[in-house]
Design a protein around this ligand. Structure first.
Ligand code: SAH
Ligand code: MG
Length: 205
């Protein structure tokens, strides 16, 4: 890998390929000159490490939005459930503790602002223009559409929109992220950038 990270990224639980992480790092480094980075869907902080490392030493921060209650596929009995991230006392997922320890281990506590709330709640009253938005939250149609509506309008001209889990072929994966990718493409607001693995990328005109 061409990027020096402060921790062994393979030790962090998560759902992000190395080439996708490197692309996040490179675009966040450019965007951090423009404004803060906001991610929806941090889980244990894998993507946040790439974004945060890119912003270290810049005037800008990373807002890491996640209710830490897991997506549909992380719930008890579902395909990607992780019993280590289940709080049986309240019968809910809780990835926040793991996220915090990742941020601490990576030395990112002065760069990353965790927002433990749903994307919709965090966006209420949001008024800060953003240099980059990375959408990797819930994969239901409603969750993806809400993420798109809530955050995309805050991206500054020249800023980046990144959307994870783009599968143009329905046989490869769920279509909700791809549907908002198509919305962004059809909006006329963005220049489309080359896709990196399943990471869709745009630059705001
Ligand atoms: N980016 C992570 C993976 C994110 S997994 C990585 O690099 O590994 C998806 C995350 O989105 C989960 O942690 C889940 O809790 C969160 N999520 C799902 N729906 C959400 C919503 N509506 N608001 C905030 N977070 C949400
Ligand atoms: Mg994802």
């Amino acid at each position: 890998m061409s990027i020096e990270l402060p921790i062994d990224i393979d030790q962090i639980k998560g759902f992000l390929a190395e080439d996708e992480g490197e692309a996040l790092f490179n675009f966040a480094q450019q965007s951090a000159q423009l404004g803060p980075v906001l991610e929806v869907g941090s889980y244990c902080g894998k993507s946040t490490v790439y974004l945060g490392e890119a912003c270290k030493g810049s005037p800008n921060v990373v807002y890491a939005v996640d209710h830490h209650r897991g997506s549909e596929e992380h719930q008890l009995g579902e395909e990607y459930h992780d019993p280590d991230l289940y709080d049986s006392s309240v019968e809910l997922m809780d990835s926040f503790k793991a996220f915090r320890s990742t941020m601490r281990a990576a030395g990112l506590e002065d760069t990353v602002v965790p927002i433990v709330a749903s994307s919709a709640l965090a966006s209420k009253g949001w008024n800060t223009p953003l240099g980059m938005v990375f959408i990797d939250g819930g994969h239901s149609e409603e969750a993806a559409q809400t993420d798109y509506r809530s955050w995309v309008s805050h991206i500054k001209p020249g800023g980046i929109l990144a959307i994870h889990d783009i599968f143009p072929n329905p046989a490869d994966g769920g279509q909700a992220p791809y549907n908002i990718w198509k919305l962004a493409k059809a909006s006329g607001l963005f220049e489309e950038l080359p896709m990196v693995n399943t990471l869709g990328l745009f630059r705001r005109k």
